[in-house]
Design a protein around this ligand. Structure first.
Ligand code: UDP
Length: 369
């Protein structure tokens, strides 16, 4: 019998467990400090309206990776879904990601794709050759006006710092399109699980070889890592080392929940780009399941703040001082045997669900035989 310990029942831990459990000689224990599985992907139906709620904020599954796309569909039916996001700025409503409609509306023009390309290139700051941060990336490719309207205020609210302190990679997540395609994602496959995300985790972990212990916090000193065949740790990296080099900074989000009749905003997600509006976006969750009929609705105003020790970490900030601490923690990780750190929290990276799944599937290949 091989004994494995997994810390965390989000996608990283659950994929590892599901794959290991295929071997009847593997015994897997998962420790999960929350009272549910699924990490931040957890969904549940609202007790009053029966609307499926994305409890930790909107999750739309999307990927270019066919292996990951096929893998997840073993555990759910994914209903085709296209995420279309709007942005409110100075009492106007625009289409995101920035596309031809946004450009024409914002500048009061009727440009065609080639004209728009030329126009936007003319707005970009050509003196920035190699953008070093979020702001430079924006100024280089879309110019000051679009940057200030759609990114500056929103990003300041979401990340709690000046965009020039953030890496350019955050902005690179969003495309700028010179056509009318308003699909928020550029990935080939996109869908929402018909019965929510939690069912996926329930199915993944439904094996006699897997024991999930909820409400169980992992305290490294309480466990003899060497007594397991291997340990997979998906919790926060700094917490594992008892914050000996200080805390890695994360942003967290919190929500104000509201009930209403009918349809509140006519779309799943609307962003609020003005700095003067305290929330970043409003999500109305029944629009994530357009195949269901609900007379009532629930919408959430989303706010961001710095993570306190008791908050759920969401977005790794990766500021300069964080990267220095990260290096020190990584050196400590190298010294350990018998344990793998994986996932968004344990590697302190901004990863989407599909990245996490792909990486876990790759890592576990070394252990299933
Ligand atoms: N962003 C923005 N305005 C928007 C949407 C996004 O400034 O209306 C910025 C923001 O800094 C965000 C980044 O673009 O962190 C990436 O956006 P994405 O939607 O990928 O973030 P996530 O889905 O992870 O919240």
């Amino acid at each position: 019998m091989n004994n494995f310990l997994i810390v965390g029942a989000g996608f990283s831990g659950s994929v590892i467990a599901e794959q290991l459990a295929k071997n009847p000689n593997n015994q897997i224990t998962i420790l999960e400090e929350r009272n549910h599985i699924g990490g931040n992907c957890y969904t549940e139906r609202d007790s009053k309206t029966n609307i499926m709620l994305h409890v930790y904020g909107p999750h739309i599954f999307n990927t270019d990776n066919i292996e990951v796309w096929n893998y997840i569909q073993q555990f759910t039916e994914l209903k085709p879904y296209t995420n279309r996001v709007k942005s409110v700025y100075k009492d106007n409503i625009y289409s995101l990601p920035i596309n031809l409609h946004t450009i024409n509306q914002f500048f009061g023009k009727t440009l065609n794709p080639e004209e728009a390309k030329e126009f936007i290139a003319g707005l970009g700051d050509q003196s920035i050759n190699d953008p070093q941060n979020f702001e430079e990336q924006a100024l280089r490719f879309i110019g000051n006006d679009l940057y200030k309207a759609f990114f500056y205020g929103y990003t300041k609210k979401q990340w709690g710092c000046e965009p020039k302190e953030l890496p350019a990679s955050i902005l690179k997540r969003l495309p700028v399109r010179f056509n009318y395609n308003d699909n928020y994602y550029s990935t080939s496959f996109q869908g929402i699980p018909i019965n929510g995300f939690t069912e996926i985790f329930e199915k993944m972990l439904n094996s006699p070889n897997i024991k999930v212990k909820l409400n169980t916090k992992f305290i490294p000193t309480d466990y003899q890592i060497s007594t397991y065949d291997h340990v997979f740790y998906t919790g926060p990296l700094d917490a594992f080392f008892n914050f000996k080099y200080g805390r890695l900074s994360y942003r967290t989000v919190y929500f104000e929940k509201n009930y209403a009749k009918g349809d509140y905003q006519g779309n799943a997600v609307i962003n609020y780009a003005d700095e003067s509006i305290p929330y970043t976006r409003i999500h109305e969750h029944k629009h994530f399941t357009p195949w269901e009929i609900h007379d009532e609705t629930i919408y959430f105003k989303e706010y961001s703040k710095e993570t306190e020790i008791t908050d759920t970490p969401y977005y790794p900030k990766r500021l300069k001082e964080d990267l220095k601490k990260l290096e020190l923690y990584q050196t400590e990780v190298q010294k350990l045997n018998n344990i793998t750190f994986l996932g968004r929290l344990a590697t302190y990276r901004y990863m989407d669900m599909h990245h996490v799944i792909a990486e876990a599937l790759d890592i576990v290949k070394n252990f299933t035989i």
